[in-house]
Design a protein around this ligand. Structure first.
Ligand code: ZN
Ligand code: FE
Length: 261
């Protein structure tokens, strides 16, 4: 399958709004999580694009703040989570549903990924994953609403996608996430090498995302809670034995919440 063409629009301090280009007509795009309309309108005008639809992963303002303004005069479909109280009218989706833009040749399957918010969803299609604030490169979203158990299950769903899946997350957090990943697994050579690579990219002003699922399984401590190295680090941090990978996840998620590098 041909790789999707996706471009990044920066918003706020570290958000990415993804523009997915139609494989039939590269001028037509679907925006993912447009938290701010302004940079999207600028990009559309600058490149002569045509905004044809919107996908929303969860209700936080930095992901939905631009939806109303972008959709107002365009009459475009807006898909979003059924269970996340998104403040703008959306076509509600839950796991098993499909967000289809037939005229554009784009279809995405929906996964429920509760944890960051309870209604958070992710979109999977064309070899790509749009996962909002659930999975980041080398990290995962904070548990604002869900339990460690829910987030562990959500991340496991994402981690079961094929190795080559392109991972489009909602924020540029990779370097600070890797600092934490290396605190958990100081001897993870892949994380060491990836940090070097990401620093070089950021120095050039480039995004570190998309990542791939292969890479995430190798460097992301939150996908590695069943590994001895991660379990031992979590047990040392907690000062007690941990019984299973959900307990390991809970300890490292809390550790990360207070981690300053
Ligand atoms: Zn969020
Ligand atoms: Fe966010």
């Amino acid at each position: 399958m041909d790789m999707l063409k996706v471009s990044a629009v920066r918003a706020f301090a570290d958000n990415y709004i993804w523009l997915i280009h139609s494989p039939r007509d590269a001028k037509k795009v679907v925006a993912v999580d447009p938290g701010d309309a302004h940079p999207v309108e600028q990009e559309i005008a600058r490149k002569g694009l045509d905004l044809a639809g919107i996908l929303i992963t969860h209700r936080h303002a930095d992901h939905v703040g631009g939806v109303a303004a972008l959709a107002r005069d365009r009459g475009i479909p807006v898909f979003g989570p059924a269970a996340d109280n998104v403040p703008t009218a959306v076509q509600p989706l839950r796991e098993g549903d499909t967000a289809a833009f037939d005229a554009l040749g784009l279809r995405f399957d929906v996964l429920d990924v509760p944890g960051h918010t309870l209604g958070h969803i992710a979109y999977v299609g064309h070899g790509s994953l749009f996962c909002g604030d659930t999975l980041f490169s080398a990290g995962c979203g904070r548990l604002f609403e869900g339990t460690p158990e829910q987030m562990t299950r959500s991340l496991a769903k994402l981690a079961s996608l094929p190795d080559d899946t392109q991972v489009y997350c909602g924020h540029e957090y990779t370097i600070s996430n890797l600092a934490f990943a290396l605190a958990v697994e100081p001897h993870n050579e892949q994380s060491v090498a990836y940090l070097e690579e990401c620093r070089a990219r950021r120095t050039r002003g480039e995004a570190t995302v998309p990542s791939t699922m292969r890479r995430e399984r190798n460097v992301n401590p939150f996908l590695r809670c069943d590994r001895q190295s991660v379990k031992q680090a979590a047990e040392a941090k907690a000062g007690r034995r941990l019984q299973n990978h959900v307990e390991v996840f809970a300890v490292i998620r809390q550790w990360k919440d207070g981690f300053t590098g």
